[in-house]
Write a protein that binds this ligand. Sequence first.
Ligand code: BJW
Ligand code: ZN
Length: 244
Amino acid sequence: MPSDFERLVSALRRASRVSALTGAGVSAESGIATFRGAGGLWEGHRIEEVATPEAFAEDPERVWRFYEMRRRNAREARPNAGHEALAALEERFPGFLLATQNVDGLHRRAGSRNLVELHGSIVRRYCVRCRRIEEDLEPLEVLPPVCEACGNLMRPDIVWFGEPLPVEAWADAQEAARASEVYLVVGTSAEVYPAAGLALIAADAGAEVFEINPAATALSPMFSGAIREPSGEALPRILSALPG
Ligand code: BJW
Ligand code: ZN
């Protein structure tokens, strides 16, 4: 019996259309905390106090303090071998689309370009009134930051609970999932929708879906196989098993 690793590599050798969905686990080896489970961000913070539009309306400074901590973590982190292997897969498979739930900007820094950020980016913020965008990871001098143009509040460009995903990013991600022969689901608990639904869209459309995650998830039984290793180890190993 071939191992799941061998089955994944041979599926990738046959495939021309490959895409991936990533989550917080991909950045764990860069020192960025995941959300759920022991030591996760949601252990120390109540979701409804920091990651909902209602929380921001009630206390923007509290929400911004949380995001200043996250921005500092992202600033100090470096992409790891998993991010780099995903960027290399884009070179290898034309049309490879990386749909990430991560907001830390590490995929872009690792060189991924055919990338959609389903939950926004911690690198950007926008004015709630005139929608002017600012983009940086520098420490903010005043919390909450206000718009230089109109004086209204700036908010993080993050998709909070109860908010819709960016329309174009979501459309592109669905299209790539539907078109895939092999779909990789990497470092996500697959608990947050609609993003997790991409894995099901790919499976329904006939893709071989492989999960790369040290732990099983609620969607594991739906997949063709799983590599139960940290993505920073599994992805480079997969890449080096491909020809060329
Ligand atoms: C490793 C590893 C290693 C560890 N290598 N792997 C009830 C209440 C409120 C909302 C809802 C509700 N019921 C349904 C909803 C909808 C909600 C939802 O899905 N909730 C579920 C929890 C049930 N969804 C939404 O609200 C979404 N919007 C929406 O539905 O809009 C509808 C709408 C339409 C039209 C108009 C209006 C509305 C939006 C969801 C946005 C979520 N955003 C967040 C927070 C952003 C805040 C921030 O970042 O500051 O995004 S939630 C949080 O979870 C974050 C993540 O992107 C997301 C996914 O988490 P992820 O990446 O899977 O991380 P973890 O920690 O869960 O898992 C890590 C995994 O890595 C684990 O499996 C580890 O094993 C693994 N791992 N080390 C590889 N080295
Ligand atoms: Zn403004």
